[in-house]
Design a protein around this ligand. Structure first.
Ligand code: ADP
Ligand code: TRP
Length: 337
């Protein structure tokens, strides 16, 4: 039986954090045994917001080392850097002819970025507007149907489906299947920040709001202990305010169900001590992060190996991408002699 195809990528815009790991990369690792997987580093995408990326080589190597440190195996999946696949920008050009300005302007992530860039006096580039077109192409260039990502990517996936269908309709073909988000059979989710609101993110202004996979044990403990809490519940079974719910959500992701249940019961009985909860949460995060961090450090020293992984990966990704690009050009009518 042929395996379903999965694609996903992360932007090299900073250290990978627990949101990236729990929301996406952990699923990449699980999927490599059962799907035909392509995982890449979205360096072109990082230029839409980080054009002055002097750190791009270092950040790109770090994301690569992180993928491998988390358990991606180049024998089981194809690992590559987006910009090393020239078929991607070529297909992106063709899809830019199909994408509507109006639909791109409505994407919530675009609106958010416009707001923050305008506040800091920066212009909005065409590349930022067409970010979802490039992302759609990343996926459909391998004719993938499964995309392991966090909840923040849902609007982008909708655009990808629309563009795939629009191409098929326009050129009377069935070349592109519809891609959907994937989280091991469950809904996509968001890992909360330690700030009390919003998602854990690389670009957060408060560096204490995210736990990075490169954080040492002391830093992890300090960040968790600083997380916002309230004065505690005053009535049994009280609804939790956002900052408390976030701590429970994080605990749900990294701790055992017995531990979560223990603190849920304490909260509902109004005898919870947030200090104890945070200590436990920090220890469970340390258990998860420490081995990955040590692997990243080891892999970063082995530049030859990193280079080989992406050289081999790019070769395989180019083959798959080229077959799709040639079929797409043919469907459009770009084949003259
Ligand atoms: P960031 O948003 O931190 O800059 P990326 O855009 O590179 O990170 O995202 C890489 C992957 O991690 C994507 O699949 C994205 O959906 C996922 N992701 C990022 N932040 C979170 C989060 N807080 N919760 C769940 N998934 C997340
Ligand atoms: N937009 C994604 C993010 O910000 C990164 C990304 C680029 C991606 N191309 C992709 C994710 C293709 C999945 C598939 O996280």
């Amino acid at each position: 039986m042929t395996k379903e195809i999965a694609v996903s990528g992360s932007r090299p815009t900073g250290f990978i954090h627990l949101g990236n790991y729990l929301g996406a990369i952990r699923n990449y690792v699980k999927m490599q045994d059962n799907f035909s997987c392509y995982f890449f580093i979205a360096d072109y995408h990082s230029l839409t917001t980080h054009y002055e990326a002097q750190n791009l080589p270092q950040l790109t190597r770090e994301v690569l080392a992180t993928y491998l440190a988390c358990g991606l195996d180049p024998q089981k999946c194809v690992i590559y850097i987006q910009s090393e696949i020239p078929q991607i920008p070529e297909l992106y050009l063709l899809f830019n002819m199909l994408a509507y300005k109006g639909e791109l302007e409505k994407v919530p992530t675009f609106k958010d970025k416009v707001r923050s860039q305008e506040q800091s006096g920066r212009s909005i580039s065409a590349g930022l507007l067409t970010y979802p077109v490039l992302m759609a192409v990343d996926i459909i260039v391998h004719r993938a149907t499964k995309v392991p990502v966090g909840k923040d990517q849902e609007a982008h996936l909708e655009i990808a489906r629309n563009l795939a269908n629009r191409f098929n309709y326009q050129f009377q073909t069935t070349l592109f299947p519809e891609p959907y988000g994937y989280n091991d059979g469950s809904d996509l989710f968001k890992v909360p920040s330690l700030d009390g609101s919003g998602k854990m993110s690389k670009s957060a202004t408060n560096p204490n709001s995210a736990i990075y996979l490169m954080d040492d044990d002391t830093t992890i403990r300090k960040k968790v202990m600083k997380a916002k809490t309230d004065a505690g519940p005053t009535e049994s079974n009280q609804t939790k305010p956002e900052e408390i719910q976030n701590l429970f959500d994080l605990m749900q992701l990294v701790s055992s169900s017995e531990i979560v249940q223990h603190y849920e019961t304490q909260y509902n009985n109004c005898n919870i001590r947030y200090g104890d909860l945070k200590k436990q949460l920090a220890e469970d995060m340390v258990q998860l992060v420490a081995p990955i961090r040590n692997n990243i450090h080891d892999l970063m020293k082995n530049e030859e190996y990193l280079k080989k992984v992406v050289r081999d990966g790019a070769e395989q990704a180019r083959q798959s991408a080229d077959a799709t690009l040639q079929a797409a050009k043919k469907a459009i009518g770009i084949h003259y002699f």
